[in-house]
Design a protein around this ligand. Structure first.
Ligand SMILES: C[C@H](O)[C@H](O)[C@H]1CNC2=NC(N)=NC(=O)C2=N1
Length: 95
């Protein structure tokens, strides 16, 4: 299923509204790194993100090392950034 990539103007507006997220150097994804007190809190956060991802049918690329979680959002069906990434990033920011 094809989904439209954000235009450069849409991407810039989205990033301005998501100050804690960074554009990946290739411009095709946004990233945010999180740090928690310990693994249990990191895993609890990941569980909540997983529920958001399932509800939105949009899934992160991520990694976890002990108390750190790195999230990359990109839309595989678009080959880059789409509104779905912005929506999930906004939801993650509310956790
Ligand atoms: C069939 C299913 O809806 C699609 O494969 C969804 C699932 N989750 C997804 N997640 C992400 N990040 N990109 C996608 O293109 C995507 N597509």
């Amino acid at each position: 299923m094809a989904i439209a990539q954000l235009t450069p103007a849409e991407r810039d507006a989205a990033l301005a509204a998501l100050p804690q997220w960074s554009l990946r150097t290739d411009g095709l994804a946004i990233t945010r790194d999180f740090r928690f007190r310990n693994f249990s809190e990191a895993w609890g956060f990941m569980s909540r993100v997983a529920l958001l991802a399932e509800a939105q049918d949009h899934h992160p690329e991520w990694s976890n090392v002990y108390n750190r979680v790195s999230i990359t959002l990109t839309t595989h069906d678009a080959g880059g950034l789409s509104g779905r990434d912005v929506k999930l990033a906004e939801a993650v920011d509310t956790l």
